[in-house]
Design a protein around this ligand. Structure first.
Ligand code: SF4
Ligand code: SF4
Length: 383
């Protein structure tokens, strides 16, 4: 019987193993579809028989190459993603038969134009909001256009039945992850914020879904049993932190590390990779195309204007997870999240009466000292 640490390590390794897994899938003739955003409807891609994989760059390494084509003053996520693609150093990109992009922020939208020069790209056009008449119908049309592109590209017909089945499977994965991170409502949470992040991040690269679900189930059960035996992973009463904002991973895991080293406990990730997607399953009781459309058009991303969904989600999570402080991560030159800090600050401080810190960062480690100073001062205030 594996220990909890061994289970976590195995789940965190999912991402490292993904390259070999993808290679095996390619050898068997499986199509791979790369995506850069939560708006990519994975259920639809999977219903075409292809395997979706995230291509978001999280390392500083390829940024210098990207800056030969892209402005320096651009979000590091876009530069890193593009840099990996043009230097041929991302195996996931290499194996991708099609790239699915979306017109989220301006930087990404324009980057896809350049990416089209080196790979087949299908860009989905997003409505600017999700609360006006026509927004949902517009997005449904984009979902249908992607369906047609996948069918044409891979010579398949995507049936309602296949989509319904993929919706069911992905909802199942969401539900398990929700159950896992939901344990962080406890004080102390049974899983540290960094371990939770490693597991959630790995789950995006789990191509053997049945095996991965069994691993998550086993971890949840083991954590519950350990709790019942009175085992605690950390002392109770530490400041409980919710992380929101731009996606966090790879180079920006420095933020998670610094929060924990400063005495904070991360109990919730609202951003992509956390609750933003997983809190909202696709409705299994209505037409699958309508259900898919509604699920994705309602994503609480700052590219939506206004982005009421993010405030509603944050407000609920702050209560459910008994949060003391919110840390809003903004990647350098991300205008939408940066401007939205104003609204989020007001929500957290005035409406919820909690503490708020917004931090701007990039993929270098040069700002670690400055981040440490600001985050430790924030934790001091919460103690
Ligand atoms: S923050 Fe928005 S644009 Fe960025 S990956 Fe998430 S959903 Fe996509
Ligand atoms: S972090 Fe901001 S700028 Fe970067 S890709 Fe996401 S929305 Fe665009």
């Amino acid at each position: 019987m594996a220990t909890i640490d061994e289970m976590i390590a195995a789940l965190a390794r999912t991402r490292d193993n993904a390259v070999n897994d993808l290679q095996r899938l390619k050898e068997k003739g499986t199509k791979i579809v790369g995506a850069y955003c939560l708006f990519a409807p994975y259920e639809l891609i999977a219903a075409s028989g292809a395997v979706p994989v995230s291509l978001c760059g999280t390392s500083e390494e390829p940024i210098a190459h990207a800056e030969k084509h892209l402005p320096r003053n651009l979000c590091p996520l876009i530069k890193s993603s593009y840099g990996y693609a043009v230097t041929g150093t991302c195996p996931y990109f290499f194996y991708s038969d099609l790239i699915v992009g979306e017109t989220t922020c301006d930087g990404k939208k324009k980057m896809f134009e350049l990416l089209e020069r080196i790979a087949p790209v299908h860009v989905m056009r997003l409505p600017q909001s999700n609360n006006r008449p026509g927004d949902t119908a517009f997005w449904k049309q984009e979902i249908i256009l992607l369906k047609k592109r996948l069918e044409r590209e891979f010579g398949v017909i995507i049936t309602d039945q296949a989509l319904t089945e993929e919706i069911r499977l992905r909802n199942g994965q969401r539900s398990l992850c929700r159950e896992l991170y939901g344990l962080s409502r406890l004080d102390p949470p049974p899983l540290s914020g960094s371990d939770l992040h490693r597991v959630l991040h790995g789950s995006g690269f789990a191509f053997d879904r049945a095996h991965h679900s069994a691993q998550i189930r086993a971890l949840i059960d083991a954590l519950r049993e350990a709790r019942e035996r009175g085992e605690r992973s950390a002392p109770a009463g530490r400041p409980r932190i919710l992380v929101t904002g731009c996606p966090v991973g790879g180079a920006t895991e420095k933020i998670i590390r610094i929060i924990e080293e400063s005495g904070g406990t991360i109990v919730c990730y609202e951003n992509c990779g956390g609750a933003k997607d997983r809190e909202f399953p696709v409705d299994e009781l209505i037409d699958p195309w309508d259900a898919l459309t509604q699920k994705y058009v309602r994503l609480a991303c700052s590219c939506m204007s206004p982005n009421d969904a993010r405030c509603e989600l944050l407000s609920r999570l702050i209560d459910e997870y008994a949060v003391h402080g919110v840390i809003d991560v903004v990647l350098q030159a991300c205008h939408t999240y940066s401007i939205e800090t104003q609204r989020i600050r007001e929500l957290v401080q005035k409406q919820k009466g909690k503490s708020y810190l917004s931090i701007e960062t990039d993929y270098s480690q040069a700002d670690e000292g400055q981040l440490r100073t600001r985050i430790s001062a924030f934790m001091e205030m919460l103690h």
